[in-house]
Design a protein around this ligand. Structure first.
Ligand code: BES
Ligand code: MN
Ligand code: MN
Length: 462
């Protein structure tokens, strides 16, 4: 393995160029205008797996975007690592806030990434992190050090709820059989302090529609005499939190697992600087549920947030109008053991009951998924920690993340295996935001660290 560092140094320009090419294809799964590009990206991923040394690669058609499956089976009696990642990306908007076009990758230096970072949509989430695994495989094949079997499953619908992947996993348990699932689609604390994600939050995503009069009305002729759907929606949304920022939906917290004071004390050991946190976001203060600190609020506690709200007139100038309808998209991040379908039902029942006289309310569930927590005494966790310790010089810290990868809970249910979340991104990499980027250091460190995971996982499995 001493050679991996040398191999990365020798080939780093090519590794970067290959990723840049992949980032140029705008594989936005949410917007059908990009459909052709999403399919093209699947083909590019397939070609990259073939080149890296998979023995068998295929494009698996689904009702939606395809799944790229690849494998290299060296000996059936050895363990099998299943690598998951996604080749789809978030929509790039708002376009005007990008300092360079989202699908024309450029390398720029930043304060946090003095060695440069690749700026492009998908650079960190998740093309860059997924591609580290392809290059790690290339190294292990080239150097004859692949110590076990490997399977790849790269999907194109992660950012829109992984519907086709659920369909695929339910139908292919045998094909996907593995001893551990390895994913790089999360972050770490900093480039000096690696961390391993031990938990993900669940998600319930809904859209609400409030209807008042059957047409938009003159706000002078009718104002004050009919309910205004936008006013009503604003009031309903405001009532979803109380003065302590607790969520007011009856039953919402019933199944929430509370952490012990010991567990919370353990969490508090992870390095965190509140002033830097505020400064990075230009905030004059943080916010959240009373009784919990920032790192708890965004990981072990459930939340409810409006993601978008619209209705009425938002164009230039002023138009005096009472809109017929108002809408909002609302997400709830969930923690163990909240069930996303149950929470969606609780929300629907409560939200419709909030409707004041004069309006009607509809709730449309979008998608969701269960949360996930993984123990730190598994072979997979230990192997990951040994790998990070070797490449970063310090052990990794276990951290529960606030983000969601709903498919991870489904993997456990259908494939009966644990997932190890070896992320190399940073919170400041601006995933889902304008100017998303991925550090060159992080990309290359990831390629270096992954083969060590394989090595230690196989050693510990003996
Ligand atoms: N890679 C992210 C999730 C993530 C990022 C987890 C950083 C932990 C740390 C993933 O692509 C994502 O964006 N997931 C969505 C959920 C999905 C159902 C749309 C999310 O968390 O909003
Ligand atoms: Mn992702
Ligand atoms: Mn994402």
């Amino acid at each position: 393995m001493e050679n991996i560092k040398a191999y990365v140094q020798e080939h780093k320009d090519r590794f970067i160029n290959e990723l840049v090419e992949l980032l140029k294809i705008p594989s936005v799964s949410a917007d059908t205008a990009y459909s052709h590009d999403v399919f093209e990206t699947a083909d590019a991923v397939k070609a990259s797996l073939e080149k890296a040394g998979c023995d068998f690669v295929e494009i698996c058609e689904t009702p939606g975007y395809p799944i790229v499956y690849g494998e290299k089976i060296i000996d059936k009696s050895l363990p099998t690592v299943l690598v998951y990642g996604h080749y789809d990306v978030q929509p790039p908007d708002p376009m005007e806030l990008w300092t360079s076009p989202p699908f024309e990758p450029v390398i720029k230096k930043t304060e946090i990434h003095p060695e440069g970072a690749i700026f492009a949509r998908g650079s960190c989430d998740d093309k860059g992190q997924m591609y580290m695994h392809v290059k790690a495989l290339e190294y292990m094949v080239q150097s004859n050090t692949l110590p076990c079997n490997v399977k790849f499953m790269i999907e194109g619908e992660e950012e829109i709820g992984s519907k086709s992947l659920s369909w695929f996993v339910e139908r292919n348990q045998e094909k996907l059989k593995n001893d551990v699932i390895l994913i790089s689609d999360t972050g770490m604390i900093s480039n000096q302090q690696p961390s391993i994600t031990t938990g993900l939050r669940g998600l319930s995503y809904v859209e609400v529609e409030v209807t008042g009069p059957n047409r938009d009305l003159h706000s002078g002729l009718y104002g004050g005499a009919v309910a205004n759907p936008i006013n009503a929606l604003a009031k309903m949304i405001a009532s979803l939190h109380d003065e302590n920022n607790h969520i007011t939906i009856p039953g919402f917290y019933d199944n929430v697992v509370e952490l012990s004071l010991e567990e919370r004390a353990e969490m508090a050991k992870a390095p965190f600087n509140l002033d830097n946190y505020k400064k990075a976001l230009d905030l004059n203060d943080v916010y959240g549920e009373s009784g919990y600190v920032t790192n708890e609020r965004n990981s072990i506690r459930p939340t409810l947030d409006v993601n978008g709200i619209w209705g009425g007139y938002t164009g230039e100038g002023a138009k005096t109008v009472i809109a017929s309808k108002a809408f909002a998209k609302i997400s709830m991040r969930l923690v163990p053991n909240q069930d996303w379908e149950e929470i969606t039902e609780l929300f629907t029942k409560h939200f419709t009951s909030l409707a004041p006289a004069g309006v009607t309310v509809k709730v449309k569930p979008h998608h969701g998924g269960q949360g996930y927590v993984t123990p730190i005494d598994s072979i997979g966790y230990k192997a990951a920690n040994m790998a990070y310790t070797e490449t970063f010089g310090v052990p990794a810290i276990p951290v529960r993340s606030g983000g969601s990868i709903p498919i991870v809970a489904l993997f456990e249910k259908e494939l009966k295996s644990k997932t190890i979340l070896m992320g190399f991104g940073l919170d400041s990499d601006a995933i889902h935001s304008p100017n998303e980027h991925f550090g060159i250091f992080n990309y290359l460190k990831g390629i270096e660290t992954i083969p060590l995971f394989y090595k230690y996982f196989v050693e510990l499995s003996k």
